[in-house]
Design a binder for this molecule. Structure first.
Ligand SMILES: [Mn+2]
Length: 199
């Protein structure tokens, strides 16, 4: 039987008083890999959501390209919008590796499957900027993956200290639900994406 590349979990909250969230996520397979991302449209409500939707559709269309190429494509596509911040990760099955990068106010880590609690983790390299407005110089990092390693991406509606609570033995959806329940600020849209490498 064909084992999927990842098991994912997603949880989100809309800022109180707003008709819709400006936070989006995507999980998009491509040949020999899979792209995941969280996108936060600047501000709140409809215009934020429109910018985030355009970023997501651009990423889906070109999912197999490098994360640097993807950010550049989004930057061009989003010029007439408010812009977004985003975290991107591309799982490459042939290399058993993850290439990732973050632009602006997002958080990301990979929780290692091995080792006794507290599990070790690697932090996403973040650069300041806004996709669609002001891009930093782009550089991605690559890390090798072991079966059970778990990627966590959050938007800035989640407090940054969630890492201390994570257990790599919890199912991804449970992890996402627990992070949003315990660490959402309540003053912004919030989104958590968890992706566990299964191969
Ligand atoms: Mn936000």
């Amino acid at each position: 039987m064909n084992i999927p590349l990842i098991e994912s979990g997603i949880a989100c909250l809309t800022m109180p008083g707003q008709p819709q969230s400006g936070d989006r996520h995507l999980v998009q397979p491509y040949s020999n890999g899979l792209l995941v991302a969280v996108v936060d449209g600047l501000g709140h409500g409809e215009l934020a959501a429109a910018a985030a939707d355009l970023a997501v559709s651009t990423l889906i269309k070109h999912a197999g390209e490098s994360v640097i190429a993807l950010v550049k494509r989004c930057h061009i596509a989003l010029r007439d919008t408010r812009g977004v911040v985003m975290a991107l990760a591309s799982f490459n099955e042939l290399d058993r590796a993850l290439t990732w990068m973050g632009i602006g106010n997002v958080e990301g880590l990979v929780l290692r499957a091995e080792g006794s609690p507290p599990s070790k983790h690697e932090n996403l390299l973040l650069r300041g900027g806004v996709v669609g407005d002001q891009l930093p110089s782009l550089s991605a990092s690559i890390i090798r993956l072991m079966q059970g390693d778990t990627l966590v991406f959050t938007t800035d509606g989640i407090r940054g200290d969630f890492a201390k609570d994570l257990s790599s033995s919890d199912p991804p959806q449970m992890m996402a639900d627990q992070i949003i329940a315990k660490y959402s600020k309540g003053s912004d849209d919030a989104l958590v994406l968890v992706a566990r490498y299964l191969k």
